[in-house]
Design a protein around this ligand. Sequence first.
Ligand code: FAD
Length: 438
Amino acid sequence: MLTTLYWLTNDLRIDDNPALLRAASSDRLLIVHCLDTRQLHPRRFHLAQLGKGRRQFLIEGLNDLDKQLAPYEQFIHHCFGQTEMELANLIQDHNVGRLVCARQFGSDERAVLTTLEKRFSDLVIEEVDSTTLFSVQTLPFAHNELPNSFTPFRKVAEQQAIAHPLARPAALPPAPPRPSHNIAESMIQAAGPEASNLFTGGTQSARKHLENYFSGALPLNYKEVRNALDGFDNSSKFSPWLNQGSLSPRQVYHRIKQYERDNSANESTYWLFFELLWREYFQWLAKQLGHDLYRFGGVRQPKRNPGCFYPERYRRWCAGNTPFPLVNACMKQLLHTGYMSNRGRQIVASCLINELGMDWRYGAAWFEHHLLDYNVGSNWGNWQYIAGVGADPRGGRHFNIEKQTSLYDPNGDFIQRWSPQPVESVIDSVGIDDWPII
Ligand SMILES: Cc1cc2nc3c(=O)[nH]c(=O)nc-3n(C[C@H](O)[C@H](O)[C@H](O)COP(=O)(O)OP(=O)(O)OC[C@H]3O[C@@H](n4cnc5c(N)ncnc54)[C@H](O)[C@@H]3O)c2cc1C
């Protein structure tokens, strides 16, 4: 009898989930999510990886998925602890012969798989491409031969057919008996109402949002307004759900195509796809780069010193208390919503690197802690790009803050809206005062 363990990560859905379908060909199926407790405490760059808002969004996604598994007489087995140890215990206790999961692009998750591989020589591990537009087989580039900048990738990738979303499984194999008392499960289920006033985790809200977005003219105007600093409708806001996996990029892509058939296609509808390709590029780039994704010097020799750590400057940047009102407003928006527009991210990243002379990785870590849409490849890849140590042939970006202010906040409305927001309670929660003064 084959027992399969399906390790849930950023693929929290039933529809269009090739990993779940693969896992379903088994006699027994144990569906597991592990909240890694190492992510809850300050670790790298003096910060916990999983901030309060992200944790809440994740819990919402998990609870939503659990409800959807109930008609299949399945459930999520929740663990708290060090993921590799928790999974190893379950593999032993349930005599698991096969582990299935979404392909992992981050090195922490890859390390979990490597540890299990070494420890259980008979365990079959299958990583399935369920969080990207392409799979390893359909990606139009050979393993580790991705172009070192986006444009050549995009030109080839946009010509490729993209598979249609898969139907949900008709049935799932039975689960092993549910543990009578699981503290992790009680904690997850007892979690309070949503933390973000913008986003609720899970496929139900993801689907609702997808349909709302495509129900009117928004996709036809996307390109004109996507750089706005504020305004929920000015960009798609798919990213939190895409990166939790409660929405798949293929679902979004094919919804764009349907919209184009039902309405019309223009530069804006194309541009939504163009941006999905940026996401795609950063996923495969992360896989190719491995640890180089987090390296100070990145993947190319920087043209200038990429900065160091100044605790006071960093503290001010995090708290939205720099000499630059536009930067401050963006940083407060992040603290209060878990979201920042793409233009805002570019401006504050450029400020940290260029005006404040900081090591870009501290900025990436701050984003990782706070962004509800945090994605390892997109976050660290974009930071590298702006720092001039990544996939940018121009060697870094320096945004003129004054010019950006006059272009994107000419009347000061955005600054006015966010600047008065208090930050103390949010900042205290991450132990910002524990940083060493160098
Ligand atoms: C310093 C920095 C850090 C970032 N960190 C993240 C991150 O952790 N997670 C993340 O999803 N995006 C990240 N981005 C990219 C981008 O800012 C967000 O994807 C976008 O703002 C999300 O809002 P949206 O869904 O409304 O995007 P839209 O403008 O509606 O774009 C549609 C989709 O395309 C993808 N996309 C758009 N722009 C980019 C981009 N530059 N790189 C990768 N994918 C893109 C996203 O999946 C997005 O949902 C970062 C950008 C910068 C400059």
